[in-house]
Ligand binder design. Structure first.
Ligand code: GLY
Length: 315
């Protein structure tokens, strides 16, 4: 008997301002629909998450693809990862500056490279050799982001060093998706421009296996969003998958993972989590997170942006 397909996406966890709510809802809804179209035609979880993330990379609302945050020296540097829970194959890119859709390069690495992770010029050369057209970095830079960078650097020079990373109010619009297909396989993908005013060469959690993204049919598929450094230190996506493997329900585990992130490192962000039985959870400790869920029954997609309940200590 075929499994019921399911797809979850997220489009960032932070204090999304009221005037940006509609753009975020629109973005995650479009992404969920793109991924769902693949699943309902019998496509794989991997194809579905690629389709969903592609839509959000192309949407300037999000910190992924065009419209991403800028490095300290005013460039876009992108990270992305995808992982197949059936085979445990994975593909990631870091610090790419000339690829409009890094998720496509990550997929090529997953499918066609003996390696798991390529960075910078090496990743770009591999992408180009595999049919992905390169673009100029300037094409990925928006005037909105030049202004944002200027403001962040003014704050920094007035003494607010690092505060721009560590506040849950600051934009963390990393995008991601997890899905289960009709064969009961799960997969996860995450894509980001990283943090505002980052040091050139910085790689965050999003494209690191087990940190910003993980998938294993025996445990769960997870994609995270938020302040990357604490998530990296806790290897948070793998932590969540391991809790599911140990018997945890994904809804509960998602919430526990965010509590763990906060308790250990005062980290903030959100995640989506899905197991091969189709059980899922999502949680965040930022004022808002953009997300969508799509199943055959949920025609309204379950899209919403909600306030987070106050953090409670773990029992
Ligand atoms: N979670 C995105 C980043 O920190 O790069």
């Amino acid at each position: 008997m075929p499994s019921q397909p399911i797809l979850l996406v997220h489009g960032g966890a932070w204090a999304i301002p009221d005037d940006m709510v509609e753009a975020h809802l629109h973005g995650v809804r479009n992404a969920a629909e793109a991924g769902w179209r693949v699943l309902e035609c019998g496509g794989s979880a991997l194809d579905a998450i690629e389709a969903a993330v592609l839509v959000m990379e192309d949407d300037e609302t999000f910190d992924a693809g065009c419209g991403s945050f800028l490095t300290r020296d005013g460039r876009v540097q992108l990270d992305a990862l995808m992982m197949d829970g059936r085979t445990l194959r994975a593909g990631g890119v870091g610090c790419v500056e000339h690829i409009r859709n890094p998720i496509l390069a990550a997929r090529k690495i997953l499918e066609e490279s003996p390696h798991v992770y390529l960075v910078a010029q090496g990743a770009e050369a591999f992408a180009q050799e595999h049919g992905i057209e390169l673009c100029s970095n300037a094409e990925l830079v928006l005037p909105r982001e030049i202004e944002r960078l200027k403001q962040a650097q003014e704050k920094e020079s007035s003494g607010e060093k690092h505060a721009i990373f560590a506040s849950p109010a600051v934009s963390h619009d990393t995008v991601g998706a997890v899905a289960r297909d009709r064969d009961g396989s799960i997969a996860a993908a995450t894509s980001t421009g990283g943090t505002l005013n980052k040091t050139p060469g910085r790689v965050g959690d999003s494209s690191l296996l087990g940190c910003g993204c993980y998938a294993d049919n025996e445990s769960a598929a997870c994609s995270t969003t938020g302040w990357g450094e604490p998530m990296m230190k806790l290897v948070l996506a793998k932590w969540a998958a391991d809790q599911v493997l140990a018997g945890g329900d994904p809804a509960r585990v998602a919430s526990d993972a965010i509590h763990y992130l906060h308790r250990r490192l005062h980290g903030h962000g959100g995640l989506i989590l899905l197991d091969a039985k189709g059980r899922f959870g999502l949680a965040h400790n930022t004022p808002r997170m953009a997300w969508a869920v799509r199943t055959a029954e949920k025609q309204d997609h379950g899209i919403k942006i909600e306030s987070t309940p106050a953090l409670q200590p773990l029992p």
